[in-house]
Ligand binder design. Sequence first.
Ligand code: 13P
Length: 253
Amino acid sequence: MSSERTPLIAGNWKMHKTVADAEDLIQALLPRVSTSDGVEVAICPPFTALNAMVDSTRGSRVQVFAQTMHFAAQGAFTGEISAAMLSELDVHGVVLGHSERRALFNETDKALAQKVAAALAAGLTPILCVGETDEERERGDTERKLRHQIKEDLSKVAEAELSKVVIAYEPIWAIGTGKVATPHQAQEAAGFIRALVGDRSKEQSNLVRVLYGGSVKPENAQELLALADVDGALVGGASLEAESFAAIVAAAG
Ligand code: 13P
């Protein structure tokens, strides 16, 4: 972490938590994270709990993010949600390009380029997820994959706006597997991502936040968050409980 960038700890709840469950979790979480200065804290509940979580976190340090959105302003896209619908709820931002959405719901880099631009235009902070599969790492293709995703997904973002995007490096082999990247692997990839942004703007690359995601737990958070180019974490499983998520937030403070 660098002192010029405020760390962000975001909990991706995925398809967990009814509104009632979400209320229980946020009420347990708020007192546990209220004193963590110098850290931004975010939760990413399912669509159905967004409204309730925005209400419950008002006036607190916790920001609320959606987990995906469509790039179009409106239209015949049954089941989809637009950026305007999210900003109307007062959510802070949106996770885009999570590997589960890329793999299970055919989210493409072409669509993501439009989604990132649409989110920014609506005043939402995108958390753009990138990362390689096990096979890609084995073949030595990690950098090629990251270069491709960053180039395509940020292609419609103006140079001066690059640091408004938060980038989450999530190696797919580390998601939900308990197999966390080594500090060396996480730093190498986060540094590489920063350098890719630097190819477009040196200034923006010093400001852009790069998170690590993939089996982040209270036990490994400290060493990951201490890495020079890692500015926070995108947490899945460990964000579903107040105690473990708050411990990760504390590790960033
Ligand atoms: P886990 O922390 O459960 O590995 O999930 C990571 C993730 O996908 C966050 O977006």
